[in-house]
Write a protein that binds this ligand. Structure first.
Ligand SMILES: CC(C)(COP(=O)(O)OP(=O)(O)OC[C@H]1O[C@@H](n2cnc3c(N)ncnc32)[C@H](O)[C@@H]1OP(=O)(O)O)[C@@H](O)C(=O)NCCC(=O)NCCS
Length: 440
């Protein structure tokens, strides 16, 4: 895996500088310094993450894999260390924060997305503003780097709105009865086929399928490097190789891989197929992989993730075999540069509208004019009167099209007269609905 350039050397340190206060030391890690002192710091940082997310302490193999992945992603990892005189906390920081960048398919173009992750604060240091400080300085760094959109996934639903993030995609959790009740209205047949593959050797094919999926799917986000180890069979939660993971690849009619599913069979009272990852680049590949899952003998149930708006529900003869057990929010979007972000999303009517965006952190604050034509828009700052007003969190939730303008207006979160709201809806709302299946 090639290493990305070291961001600590490429200027980011100016924004995320080391600093010592009365009892705390803020620092950005150097992932490439292999001195014993720095290795101890890296190990401590990793310990803090696993502790924050209630996972076990890392094995040496896990540490080595984590470091390789962080380097490959060009991740920027920041921590806060307690400088207490007893030295009891050693190298384990009391707060952690990281980001990396990948691209987000915004529907009309790819935008660079600043992916925030590994946000933890130790129980001894919570609620004294550490996360707020790390977040605000990190968003400042994103703006300085010219990245138009920040994204994260959230463990709780009321933490990140205050920083301008809005939940922008959802992901369904399915439980599908694959007994004889499972029947598709028509069996997908375009001349392609599904083949079983070796988990270790199939990575290049899987990675190629994801790239195709990313190119054609609104809301798809580039994946961190940990996916390679995972899909080759390394279980990051258990910190060991999984011998149960299986892979099936769908070969399209042109002989290229256009879908895959990675799954395992769980035995219990009921034998269950647990889908870890199902990715497709075409609708036919998607339904073919579901037919494949339903055809696995001795198992009568498939559980796994699915798009919020799922073609499977409409392709079944009896839609009740497919049950949505939950539908959590998934990707949260924070618009940092409204013109650049809005120009990358699709527009569904020709016309013009002025939007007043309110941003307590100032990054996207102001009025912009959207002038849309033939599916794309040019978006510029203006001093004209606004037609509609919304805050930056609401703009983030509307960005990928998971929620309509009309629904937001009914919730009182977009204001304007009826004509302006109708124009905004006509311009902004349209299919496809987004699907993000990248977890970080
Ligand atoms: C969530 C967590 C990072 C918060 O860190 P923290 O340093 O205590 O947060 P801060 O003191 O900087 O609080 C900043 C703001 O967020 C609010 N906040 C913090 N945690 C919150 C929570 N769990 N729910 C709702 N609001 C929260 C604070 O009230 C504060 O609001 P204000 O500034 O508007 O008054 C920390 O509790 C933690 O590590 N939790 C476990 C891991 C986790 O859930 N990480 C998030 C992964 S996405």
């Amino acid at each position: 895996m090639p290493s990305a350039p070291n961001p600590v050397d490429s200027g980011i340190r100016g924004w995320l500088a080391d600093e010592v206060t009365d009892d705390l030391s803020f620092a950005t890690l150097d992932l490439h310094d292999e001195s014993p002192a720095n290795t101890a710091r890296l190990d401590g940082w990793l310990d803090a993450i696993l502790r924050g997310f209630h996972q076990g302490r890392p094995t040496d193999e896990f540490r080595a894999k984590w470091l390789r992945v962080a380097r490959a992603d060009g991740a920027v990892n920041r921590g806060v260390w307690d400088t207490n005189p007893l030295g009891l906390s050693n190298d384990v920081p009391v707060a952690t924060f990281a980001h990396l960048t990948k691209t987000l398919n915004a529907g009309a173009a790819q935008v660079e997305a600043w992916m925030i992750t590994d946000v933890t604060v130790a129980p001894t240091h919570r609620r004294r503003g550490l996360m707020r400080r790390l977040m605000t300085e990190n968003l400042d760094a994103a703006v300085a780097a010219g990245v138009p959109v920040a994204v994260l996934t959230a463990s709780e639903g009321s933490i990140y709105q205050r920083f301008g993030f809005g939940p922008a995609t959802r992901e369904a959790r399915l439980r599908v009865d694959t007994s004889s009740r499972f029947r598709l209205r028509s069996v997908p047949d375009d001349g392609g086929r599904v083949v079983m593959a070796d988990p270790v050797e199939s990575w290049p094919a899987l990675s190629g399928v994801f790239d195709r999926h990313h190119d054609v799917t609104r809301g798809a986000l580039g994946r961190p490097a940990y996916y390679e180890d995972w899909l080759r069979g390394y279980d990051w939660d258990e910190q060991s190789e999984s011998r149960k993971q299986r892979v099936a690849v769908r070969i399209g009619p042109d002989g290229r891989a256009d879908g895959y599913v990675v799954y395992e069979i769980k035995s219990g009272d009921e034998v269950e197929v647990k889908v870890h990852d199902l990715v497709s680049a075409t609708p036919t590949a998607y339904l073919s992989l579901w037919q494949f899952l339903a055809d696995i003998d001795l198992a009568r149930v498939v559980v796994g993730p699915a798009p919020a708006v799922d073609p499977l529900a409409l392709a079944l003869v009896d839609h009740r075999v497919r049950r949505v057990t939950s539908m959590p929010d998934h990707l949260w979007v924070r618009i940092l540069d409204a013109p650049a972000a809005l120009e990358a999303r699709p527009w569904f009517a020709d016309g013009s509208l002025t939007l007043r965006v309110e941003d307590p952190l100032d990054h996207a604050d102001g009025v912009v004019r959207v002038t849309a034509r033939d599916g794309r828009a040019s978006v510029t700052a203006t001093t004209d009167e606004p037609d509609v007003t919304l805050d930056v969190e609401t703009l983030g939730t509307l960005y990928l099209g998971d929620v309509t303008v009309d629904a937001m207006a009914r919730a009182g979160r977009v204001t304007g007269n009826d004509e302006s709201l109708g124009r905004f809806a006509a311009l902004a709302d349209g299919s496809p609905s987004p699907h993000c299946n990248t977890h970080f």
